[in-house]
Each structure stands twice: as structure tokens, then as C-alpha cells.
Ligand binder design. Structure first.
Ligand SMILES: Cc1cc2nc3c(=O)[nH]c(=O)nc-3n(C[C@H](O)[C@H](O)[C@H](O)COP(=O)(O)OP(=O)(O)OC[C@H]3O[C@@H](n4cnc5c(N)ncnc54)[C@H](O)[C@@H]3O)c2cc1C
Length: 488
């Protein structure tokens, strides 16, 4: 049995999708200078899984399917299967050192959690539950790359979503026997330019009366009326892969998704005019748990990469033996291990739900709260370790072409641990990761991809076992009345 390849993925993106950047419509995202390398990096994930030596580690044969597909679609039945699935996700994340946040395993993980909780959809509507189950089968058996938009454009945060500018937020404007028509915007379709389809939902609470906003559905990116408005491309701004080794390859892109009267057939509608079901889709099922468990798996790889950057930075500038620097490196190493350990903890403290083995929800939220604060701290630590090293660099690899400049560069880019060219190559990698405009976007991503801090802390508050914590407090208070004797 074979599986999806990179060439197939690239071919599937030449579908007439309406992607816009710098005032123009993109003819072909696979070759456009703003996206081509990132798209090829995504395609390379499928080539990676298709290699004979990776097939078993990365893929499985889904029931009813005709090909093997990525393990991100696998609903684990045991702790061992959950770990096996995670190992495949780690291997994919390692292909970009965790810099592709919305790789295909992210939304697939969300859907795995949602279909494990299909009973929640059945209580909403048998027809909508069937639509979701059928869609899961279709997307998983074809190993589709899905993106999602589950957040509304900020607009005026002092108002409810239904009170925003008319038809700003994506909403139902018409319906007939064929399906619904949707108009308005959602943010922020990361990876949408290179995905096959997009899942649309509402993670932010809706009020009664906002039923027209209370929808969830999935459509191909190339659907008539669906417009993808890209942000600035960091890939297009990259001078070379020597100068921009990460942003030149892994700029997954973020985009506003605008629904210009998009027609969605009923068999693709999963939530229909039900504000509470929008919440339940993620929180009463395991959708939110699985999507953010995947995010923490990916992040564990990225933090490991940053620990590698920190250590090599200190060695490059000759500070690695200073006790104070070793202390900082030890702190970073502890954080990297903590993130990895929390992933293992989510699995070890997992449980059976509907016959599937699922990660521990509170441990996942705990990791989310801690890591959205951790990421900028680690970036800050690396900046502190670096001094001017990240800045005193040739403007581009082209400087070496001038013998006079090359002589000066070779003399001044001295390092106790690297040749001048190795030093410059490494420091450009480090700057691309943490200091460049691309690096800065990553800090913003890690701080916000799963919600602002008040949202993550709210989830942590709701899911912690306060009963067990309070029981300890009560047990130590018991028998401690002021008149009682001091017991031994
Ligand atoms: C790089 C990047 C990629 C993203 N990719 C995706 C994607 O692929 N799909 C998707 O659906 N979404 C995506 N998002 C959107 C992301 O989910 C949201 O940014 C996130 O949920 C926070 O929502 P918000 O941006 O509306 O911020 P807000 O909720 O408006 O919060 C912004 C700040 O306002 C303040 N604030 C606002 N409301 C309150 C309140 N009630 N109480 C206290 N403080 C408040 C806080 O200081 C908060 O930090 C992405 C975001 C980023 C930055």
C-alpha cells in the first residue's frame, strides 16, 4: 500500500484558488516567490512519510481506505498507540524544527478529537453528526492538508460578535435545499495558502441571538467566493537560504479568509445555528485537547531547537565555559525538558474515552499556559547570551564575492568554535529564528495561537482538580480548632 506524496500535494494546490498578495491574485502558489518554498516544504512532509523506511513509523492503514495515511488521523486505542502517534508527529515537526505551526497534523488532530466525541454532535443533530463523520472519513482517507479559521477578526473588542460592523464576521446570509451561503471574514488562516481545505468554526463564545454566526463547516480552499488575503511574505523578503535559512523555507503564511457569498452544501455543515454547540464542538468533545496536544508536541521540538541554538551560540562566541552562562544554559535545558516531559505526562495521565486513549486535558492546558509565557522568555535569554553577535554580520552572502570585503569578513568573523563562514551561517540561522521579522511573528504565534493568556488561564482554571487541592487544605484544617490540644 502506498501513501500520498509531495508531488501529489503540489498538484492538488493548482486548483484555481483565490489567493491575493501585494494587490494581485496569485496564479500558482506552488511557484510564486512569496510561497513556493514553504509550499514545497509542506509537500516534503508527504515525501518524508512515503519513504519506505518511514512508512511504518509515519503512516497507518485506515479502515475502509485504499492507501496508508499519516498517523495524525489515527484514533489511538491505547497508551502505546498514543505514543506511537506522537512519535510520528515529532518526526514531522523535526523537518522544520517546529517552525511550521499549522502542519497538516494540527487540524487533523482537532478532527480526531471531535469525532471521538461524535455523540456530542448527535445530540445537536443526527444530520450534522453524519456530515462530520463522513467528512472525517473523506479527509483522513485522502490524507488532506486542512487549515482552520475558528476566530473572528478583532474589530471592536468592546462589542459582541453580532454587534460588529454589518456582516464583518462570517455568517449565514441565506440557505436553501442545497446548503447555506456564508458572507464575512475569519482570521487567521495559517497555512491556508498551502492547504487543500479549510475548517471553519467558532471557538470564541457567542451570545443568544448570534445564531447566524453559529456555524461550522469545511470547504475546499478553491471554493467559489472564498478569498485568501495573505499577510506580507517573509519568504519573498529572504535574500538567500544562507541568509534566511528558516524564513526562506518555512514561512507557512497567515491570511485573512473572506467568504464572499460562499455556498456550502449541507453535507459539509457540522454545526448549524447553535451557539452552545460551537463551544461544545471543541470543549465537550476532545477537539480542543487533541489540537493543542499536537501543538505542544510540535513546540517541544521547537524549544529543543532553541536550546541547541543557545548552546551553540555560547560556544561560537566562547562564553560556554563561564559559570554564569552555563547557569543560563542549564535553565534553558530544564525548560526544554519540561515541555517534553509535559507531553509525556499528558499521555501517562491519559484515560479511555469512548474506547479511545486520550491525553490528559488539564496537563495540556497547564502546558499551554506555561509555554505561551516561556517562548518569549527563551527568546529573551538567547538575545541576552548573544550580545551583538546576531547583528555584526555581513549584509548577505554576496559580500564574500568581493575579495576585499571577504578578507575583512574572514578576519572579523572569528570564533573559537567555527570557521568564519560557519559562524556567519549559524548566526544568521539564530537571527532568523528569534530576531528577524519572521522570528518576531513566531513569538506572536506562540503567545497567541491557542488564545490570549486570559483564555488559556481560564481553561486551566476550569479543568484543574480543585477538589483534590481543597481536600488537602481541609484535611490539614480538620481538628485544628483553637481550644483543642496540640496532637502528636
Ligand atoms: C501568528 C498567528 C497565527 C494564527 N493562526 C490562526 C489560525 O490558523 N486559525 C485561527 O483560527 N486563528 C489563528 N490565530 C488567531 C488566534 O487564535 C488569536 O489571535 C487568539 O485566539 C487571540 O485572539 P485575538 O487575536 O482576537 O486576541 P484578543 O482576544 O483580542 O486578545 C488580545 C489582548 O486583548 C486583551 N483582552 C481582550 N479581551 C480580553 C478580555 N475579555 N479579558 C482580558 N483581556 C482581554 C488581552 O490583553 C489580550 O492579550 C493566529 C494568531 C496569530 C498571532
Amino acid at each position: 500500500m502506498d501513501c500520498k506524496t509531495g508531488a501529489e500535494h503540489l498538484a492538488s494546490l493548482r486548483d484555481g484558488r483565490a489567493v491575493y498578495i501585494d494587490g494581485a491574485r496569485v496564479a500558482d502558489v506552488t511557484t510564486h516567490p512569496a510561497f513556493g518554498n514553504a509550499v514545497r516544504s509542506a509537500a516534503a512532509l508527504y515525501d518524508f512519510q512515503a519513504r519506505p523506511e518511514n512508512l511504518e513509523r509515519m503512516t497507518f492503514a485506515p479502515a475502509g481506505g485504499h492507501r496508508r495515511v499519516n498517523r495524525c488521523w489515527q484514533k489511538p486505542r491505547t497508551h502505546q498507540e498514543l505514543v506511537q502517534r506522537r512519535e510520528a508527529l515529532v518526526a514531522w515537526a523535526e523537518q522544520s524544527a517546529g517552525f511550521v505551526g499549522r502542519s497538516p497534523d494540527h487540524v487533523a488532530s482537532s478532527l480526531v478529537g471531535q469525532v471521538i466525541g461524535i455523540e456530542v454532535f448527535r445530540r445537536h443533530s443526527e444530520a450534522r453528526a453524519k456530515a462530520l463523520a463522513d467528512y472525517f472519513d473523506y479527509a483522513s482517507r485522502n490524507d488532506l492538508f486542512l487549515s482552520y479559521v475558528i476566530i473572528n477578526p478583532q474589530a471592536d473588542r468592546s462589542k459582541n460578535w453580532g454587534e460588529q460592523e454589518q456582516e464583518l464576521v462570517a455568517q449565514l446570509v441565506d440557505e436553501d435545499t442545497g446548503g447555506i451561503t456564508v458572507r464575512g471574514a475569519k482570521m487567521l488562516g495559517t497555512s491556508a495558502i498551502m492547504a487543500n481545505e479549510i475548517l471553519v468554526a467558532n471557538l470564541q463564545p457567542l451570545q443568544p441571538g448570534e445564531e447566524n454566526l453559529a456555524l461550522s463547516f469545511a470547504v475546499p480552499i478553491a471554493t467559489k467566493g472564498l478569498k485568501v488575503l495573505s499577510r506580507k511574505s517573509y519568504e519573498a523578503a529572504a535574500t538567500s537560504l544562507f541568509d534566511n535559512p528558516i524564513s526562506g523555507r518555512f514561512d507557512e503564511n497567515d491570511a485573512l479568509i473572506f467568504f464572499d457569498d460562499v455556498k456550502v452544501p449541507w453535507e459539509r455543515v457540522f454545526v448549524y445555528r447553535d451557539t452552545d454547540m460551537c463551544r461544545a464542538q471543541f470543549h465537550d468533545t476532545l477537539g480542543h485537547t487533541f489540537q493543542n496536544y499536537q501543538a505542544q508536541i510540535r513546540l517541544s521540538v521547537k524549544i529543543r531547537f532553541l536550546a541547541g541554538i543557545a548552546r551553540r551560540l555560547a560556544e561560537t562566541i566562547g562564553t560556554a565555559r563561564l559559570p554564569a552562562v552555563r547557569e543560563e544554559l542549564g535553565w534553558i535545558a530544564a525548560q526544554a525538558a519540561m515541555v517534553a516531559a509535559m507531553v509525556c505526562g499528558m499521555e501517562a495521565a491519559g484515560h479511555l474515552a469512548e474506547g479511545y486513549f486520550v491525553p490528559n486535558k488539564h496537563y495540556m492546558y497547564a502546558a499551554q499556559v506555561l509555554t505561551q509565557e516561556l517562548y518569549p522568555r527563551i527568546v529573551d535569554k538567547i538575545r541576552s547570551l548573544a550580545g551583538g553577535a546576531l547583528i555584526m554580520l555581513p549584509s548577505s552572502a554576496r559580500d564574500w564575492a568581493d575579495p576585499q570585503l571577504a578578507r575583512i569578513i574572514e578576519k572579523t568573523q572569528h570564533s573559537p568554535a567555527a570557521t568564519p563562514r560557519e559562524r556567519v551561517a549559524f548566526l544568521k540561522l539564530a537571527w532568523d529564528a528569534i530576531g528577524s521579522e519572521f522570528g518576531s511573528r513566531h513569538t506572536q504565534y506562540e503567545m497567541f495561537y491557542a488564545g490570549a493568556r486570559y483564555v488559556s488561564c481560564g481553561h486551566s482554571f476550569r479543568t484543574y482538580d480543585w477538589g483534590a487541592a481543597e481536600a488537602l487544605v481541609r484535611s490539614l484544617l480538620d481538628g485544628c480548632d483553637a481550644e483543642g490540644p496540640v496532637a502528636s
